[in-house]
Design a protein around this ligand. Structure first.
Ligand code: GDP
Length: 195
């Protein structure tokens, strides 16, 4: 689906470190522990590409991966980690704001939300930032294997309701489980359509 290899390119800590904007890119955002590393690994078929870290919020870099030769996949640091020092949070927020507002080649942000929790206040913050930045975002529910059918429907309804407040929201939600592989192919196909 993505012609060419999938590889780590670089970790970026400042706008000046961004690779040249010569390919389209998609980014992944979500609370720490939402399952972002697991999903990126499942998407790329590489078990340890994104570090599935057990120390949430440790990595404060924007990590660039090449998805074949025509796309970048961008892993944004997990947010909402209560123990991160304020200075670190503020520096990260400034970088995130600059990145979202200034990256011409960014085609879509995938915002990961844990199927068990739904959209929380901390998620709303990033959704509002995406609205302000006019970056189309799509919610990806994670860990679908952890909930029963009733919770699944409830969370989908809650997320759909919360999306109506967000002008930058792409209406279709993607349900995934990295554990079971659910939704992974769908997400890959969505990324492949973005040019
Ligand atoms: P990150 O902090 O967002 O990168 O989250 P990780 O990918 O490191 O995942 C956090 C925890 O959730 C780990 O213990 C994973 O094994 C677990 N996890 C991630 N995705 C899934 C999933 O689809 N199903 C289940 N059952 N567990 C998952």
């Amino acid at each position: 689906l993505f012609a060419g290899p999938v590889d780590f390119v670089k970790g970026v800590v400042a706008m000046s470190g961004l690779p040249p904007a010569d390919r389209v890119e998609v980014c992944f955002a979500g609370r720490s522990n939402v399952g972002k590393s697991s999903l990126i690994n499942a998407l790329t078929g590489r078990k340890t590409l994104a570090r599935a870290s057990n120390t949430p919020g440790r990595t404060q870099e924007i990590n660039y991966f090449a998805l074949g030769e025509q796309r970048y996949m961008v892993d944004l640091p997990g947010y909402g980690y209560a123990e991160a020092p304020l200075a670190v949070v503020e520096k990260w927020q400034a970088l995130l704001r600059s990145y979202l507002q200034g990256r011409q080649t960014l085609r879509r942000a995938f915002v990961l939300v844990d199927m068990r929790h739904g959209v929380k206040a901390v998620d709303q913050e990033i959704l509002s930032l995406l609205d302000k930045s006019a970056v189309t975002f799509q919610v990806v529910l994670t860990k679908a294997d952890k909930v029963n059918a009733a919770t699944r429907e409830e969370t989908i309804a809650q997320v759909q309701a919360s999306l109506t407040k967000h002008p930058a929201a792409y209406p279709e939600i993607v349900v995934t489980s990295s554990e079971k592989g659910e939704g992974v192919e769908t997400l890959r196909a969505i990324i492949a359509t973005l040019v």
